[in-house]
Design a binder for this molecule. Structure first.
Ligand SMILES: NC(=O)C1=CN([C@@H]2O[C@H](COP(=O)(O)OP(=O)(O)OC[C@H]3O[C@@H](n4cnc5c(N)ncnc54)[C@H](O)[C@@H]3O)[C@@H](O)[C@H]2O)C=CC1
Ligand SMILES: O=C([O-])CC(=O)C(=O)O
Length: 310
């Protein structure tokens, strides 16, 4: 199993590290435009192999896509991250051109790759990859909901004063400060609705903290987060590489599901060797449906900023 990660920055390198530690891939190619940067990250990571006990070979390359040839999965993390005070949507101008050219270079050398899009604004970048390539829709996946759900579980575990492994919860909708839809009604602690343990006000606070999870960390770190994003991407890569048939909320092209059309937005999907093998349609209540619709309107507004004729 060969995996390419474009962008050897904070998220790309973190993702490579978690993939290597999980030891399911034969090769990870890290590629970046900065001279020697990906090679340096690859060498640094390879020097952890004997310490951490993995066999995955990590290779670095400065923009030489021949090294990525015949990758099974390619992850796009290239582009700029936001600074404190910015929204993800403000990154569209620079990142759209990068994502478009990178996806074309990937497919030139790996026409059968499944692409995972991470660069922001992620739902719109995922839509751009659909519009600018001929890949079938199951092979283009946007990563956002897996991270947002992990943050939701972290906030729930804080409120319930229990380990994160005791809680379950999911965030659907757009990967933006206002567009996320944490499904608080469906969140559980060991199958018991979390509303049994915390007040409605506290649960609302958990949802609000979850939605601004990325902005909160960006303010604290001066740039956006990378450990949980890298871990979330590695989980999606593993689900596909190992044909796990696991369910994650991912940004998927919708064609009527949830009453939505012609956009990519976070919904639960089953991930396996064929990428998105199924879109799971949840029975949402009226309030949840209204929030998802509003979120979709926001994503579409950002999509409209793309120049798809370029
Ligand atoms: N979807 C999600 O949940 C998340 C998305 N992100 C997004 O991921 C992206 C990367 O974030 P970081 O790794 O923190 O940024 P970073 O600045 O640390 O790394 C980005 C890397 O991309 C490289 N790059 C730029 N243009 C390139 C090109 N044409 N080809 C190859 N490499 C190129 C840069 O040289 C840099 O090393 C940002 O857009 C950020 O907003 C970050 C966290 C979570
Ligand atoms: O907040 C950001 O800009 C990066 C990101 O998408 C996240 O960490 O959720």
């Amino acid at each position: 199993m060969k995996i390419t990660i474009v962008g050897a920055g904070a998220v790309g390198a973190s993702c490579a590290e978690y993939i290597a530690i999980k030891n399911f891939a034969s090769e990870v190619v890290l590629i970046d435009i900065k001279e020697d940067y990906a090679e340096g990250k690859a060498m640094d990571l390879m020097q952890t192999a004997s310490l951490l006990g993995f066999d995955t070979r990590i290779v670095g390359s400065t923009n030489d896509y021949s090294k990525t040839a015949n990758s099974d999965i390619a992850v796009i993390t290239s582009g700029i991250p936001r600074k404190p005070g910015m929204t993800r949507e403000e990154l569209i101008g620079i990142n759209a051109d990068i994502v478009k050219s990178v996806s074309s270079s990937i497919l030139e050398h790996s026409p059968n790759a499944t692409i995972i899009v991470v660069s922001n604004p992620m739902d719109t970048m995922t839509y751009l990859v659909h519009k600018s390539t001929n890949l079938p829709k199951n092979k283009i996946i946007g990563m956002g909901g897996a991270l947002d759900s992990a943050r939701f579980k972290y906030r729930l575990s804080e409120a319930l004063e229990c380990p994160a492994s005791d809680v379950d919860g999911m965030v659907i909708g757009g990967h933006s400060d206002t567009g996320m839809v944490p499904l608080a009604r469906l969140a559980t602690r060991n199958s018991v609705p979390v509303s049994k343990f915390i007040s409605e006000e506290r649960l609302d606070q958990v949802s609000e903290d979850t939605k601004v999870g990325g902005a909160t960390l960006t303010k604290m770190l001066g740039t956006s987060a990378w450990y949980a994003p890298g871990a979330a991407v590695s989980s999606l890569v593993q689900a596909i590489a190992c044909d796990q048939k696991k369910m994650f909320p991912c940004s998927a092209l919708l064609e009527g599901e949830y009453g939505l059309n012609d956009l990519c937005i976070g919904v639960p999907v089953i991930l396996g060797e064929n990428g998105i093998e199924e879109i799971v349609e949840l029975e949402l209540n009226d309030a949840e449906k209204a929030k998802l619709k509003e979120s979709a309107e926001g994503v579409t507004k950002t999509n409209d900023l793309l120049d798809l004729k370029k």
